[in-house]
Write a protein that binds this ligand. Sequence first.
Ligand code: PRX
Length: 637
Amino acid sequence: MSNMKISSFEEYHQVYKHSIEQPEEFWAGIADNFQWRKKWDNVLSWNFKEPNIKWFEGAKLNITENCLDRHLETLGDTPAIIWEPNDPTENHRVLTYKQLHDKVCQFANVLKNNGVQKGDRICIYMPMLPELAIAVLACARIGAIHSVVFGGFSAQSIADRIKDAECKVVITADGGFRGTKDLPLKSVIDDALVQCPSVKRVIVLTRSRTPVSMIKGRDVWWEDEIKKVETQGNPECPAEEMDAEDMLFILYTSGSTGKPKGVVHTCGGYMVYAGYTFANTFQYNPGDVYFCTADIGWITGHSYIVYGPLSQGATTLIFEGIPTYPDAGRFWDIVEKYKVNILYTAPTAIRSLMSFGLDPLKDKDLSSIKVLGSVGEPINEEAWHWFDDHIGYNKAPIVDTWWQTENGGHMITPIAGITPTKPGYATLPLPGIQPVLVDENGKEIEGNGVSGNLCIKFPWPGILRTTYGDHERCRLTYFATYENMYFTGDGCLRDDDGYYRITGRVDDVLNVSGHRIGTAEVENAINMHSSVVESAVVGYPHDIKGQGVYAFVVSPNQHGGDAELNKKDIIMTVQRIIGPIAKPDKIQFVSGLPKTRSGKIMRRILRKIAEGDTANLGDTSTLLDPSVVDEIKAGAL
Ligand code: PRX
């Protein structure tokens, strides 16, 4: 496995050059580090026009054999998963590779007993427990396609995702714990399933012991199903042989339109890319304890809690709770308790912990830390330095990893200890990745000391293949803006040293606490409220969340005339339609929105007002009613 790892900056440059000049040879060499039932006939065929991208065509594999079976002989008794509960007084759990393998096989047999077949879609809505990873891997074991939905999404959001993928089975828990909150997961699923006739079975894990209603003929308990498998006496579950280009999973993500899209990743390319990037970026060494604080409901959890680390035989820590429970020292307690060597977290978590000062760090021994990672949004220099000074003691390299759900794994990132870092910079592309900056006309901007829209001009194994059920949408979103390029939606600068710094989204997508939220989605939700005529949502700088959600709302006939009550009601509506993660931070009632004569909302103006930058609103003369701008400015929050 170590054949993939780059060990010096000089080697990085050599390997990078080779990866660009001979991409197929390069990727075949990387793929050789994995276990294939049959090797590929063809490394790559592609065009970005349709798009049609195929990696390792003709190859046969199962990703769980790479994540589990192949480690059994050498790492059978090594911890694969360490689980730390929300409540620090509850016992932690450790699953060795052998134990994880057995549990995955067992649950894969449960799925089979419940009628799941290769190609079926399975929705997973679970708390951060080892069983979530087990459910994911069990699907992969038998060739079922998982669609994990983050626990912070509402019943309506889950229903939309289940319907889009026509899921046959849902795997959930009675409830979950996060900080002081109890998450009523099963009850949320029950609400969602009212709209989802495709779901024939719900498998419910016991976690919180919250009373739940079980529907006859539809709902079964995880534990009862495991018992049945045990009495059947067949602990093994042979891994299904998958084509490299068979679907592995769907993960929904927000874009500029109102409807989230199901990003599709396939078995071979995704496996290679998740494993390759994990090994390189973090420079994982055998025996290291690796802790990624993301949720498995996001791509970071898929690639860097489950598939990447396990494919490399790593020990991956799963934490059920939140950084501030029972206090703001929780991450540091975990680092000390398990002697964590690699900590991968998000700028929003760092900023939130910074706000508690240094007290929570007193007497915490963080000397085990060798590598720090950041993901999800641009990291501001203050947070970068705090992380470097107080967590890494200025000895641990920080890898600021830029990538997206659609990419499968890290794209532009330092390689720990090898690439010289710069605060706020994702630095350089990994070998195999060819970033370009383009202007509005799609013309490549060459040279250094420039900025533009970030595109990638050559495929890599982890690139999305389609958006589920709607290939045209995939083409339009990512491959139609600029010819022959994958468009990321991000703005970016390349400095005089050729280092990349991501400056944020250039489309109508917000990044709130590292969560991607489409403004159109939030507007749709707000507009469902009976008092609302229309609305416009923009982002504004937020000290902790990075971006906050600012909603301008036209609501002339407020119920009872109580504006505050009405705001609360609108927030509740968003929570119900999307989930708590999309709640507006600010709502400003306005009598109208600034629109062009053709009826288009001038978001540029609203963005400036939300940012508090009203001195320079630019040309407003093309507006249908320029006076509305003065009113909005005067009422800005
Ligand atoms: O804007 C970029 C930002 O997050 C977006 C991708 O979001 P998502 O698909 O949810 O994946 C998040 C985790 C991979 C990107 O378009 N982003 C992600 N990482 C960084 C970042 N922005 C700046 N620096 C990063 N390191």
